[in-house]
Design a protein around this ligand. Structure first.
Ligand SMILES: N[C@@H](CCC[C@H](N)C(=O)O)C(=O)O
Length: 262
């Protein structure tokens, strides 16, 4: 059977998107999903996202990492599915959709999507790293020069260390401050098991970690990633972060069909 798909990218974090409102695509076929995401044997993507019907909201997002397994929230994928829902005429410029971590408000203007993220009220602050969950788990390390880091090697070492092995792993973010409100970020993503060009829940975690550790006082943080620029805004009251929004581009890059077999 041939399955129509669309490819989107959000700051270089790329995804295969499928309209699964008719429930034709099987969610349990890990092998097929990882093959579709394979950059040599398939379409190639950091993840695959299904848009499904729900009676709770405008639509439902189901996210799989490129290893074929369903995972926790994907911020850039969330921004891409909003652009996809607009393309499919399910929404106009504003929406509320449901994902694995709950309801998300979002708006889209031209190709820029602003996505509401879950509140953050628990941050583990250690001398050499911070850990927080922004829909997905994130380890944040501030370093002198992020360009000098071997993200795959060092990220994988932390991701598979005793810190996270028993809790299903973590994404690992390496960060260098550029100026009072701007940070350069490189992320090792769990489930891709490599550096990606951007990670939405990752930059959200970095913005909050930077504010929490007094590296910045701004509540509108600029994040430079390999695939472009993102920004994160939030409110903070007594160490509780609310009204968190991840902002940046989400662009359709092509449409195609793949064979549903492996
Ligand atoms: N690319 C994502 C994060 C996707 C989830 C992550 N790989 C995990 O399994 O925790 C983003 O933009 O947030």
């Amino acid at each position: 059977m041939l399955q129509t798909f669309y490819k989107y990218q959000g700051a270089g974090n790329d995804f295969v998107l499928i309209d699964n409102r008719l429930k034709v695509f099987s969610k349990n076929d890990t092998k097929l999903i990882s093959k579709i995401c394979d950059r040599r044997f398939g379409v190639g993507a950091d993840g695959l996202i299904l848009l499904e019907d729900t009676d709770q909201a405008d639509f439902k997002m189901v996210y799989f990492n490129s290893d074929g397994r369903e995972s926790t929230m994907c911020g850039n994928g969330g921004r891409c599915i909003v652009a996809f829902a607009k393309f499919l005429k399910i929404i106009k410029s504003e929406t509320v959709f449901v994902a694995v971590d709950g309801m998300h408000k979002a708006s889209i203007k031209n190709d820029i999507v602003s996505l509401g993220m879950i509140d953050v009220n628990q941050i583990r602050q250690q001398d050499d790293y911070m850990f927080l969950d922004t829909g997905s788990p994130h380890h944040v390390v501030f370093v002198d020069d992020v360009e000098q880091i071997d993200v795959k090697k060092q990220g994988s070492a932390i991701r598979y260390s005793d810190l996270y092995i028993s809790q299903g792993g973590s994404n690992i973010n390496f960060v260098t401050q550029i100026n009072s409100d701007t940070f350069k970020v490189r992320t090792y993503e769990r489930g891709v098991e490599d550096e990606t060009l951007a990670c939405g829940t990752g930059v959200t975690a970095v913005a909050i970690a930077a504010h929490k550790s007094n590296l910045t006082t701004t509540q509108q943080v600029q994040l430079k990633v390999k695939g472009g620029d993102l920004s994160v805004s939030f409110d903070e009251n007594e160490n509780i972060y609310t009204n968190i929004y991840l902002n940046g581009p989400a662009v359709q890059v092509f449409k195609g069909e793949f064979l549903c077999e492996h």
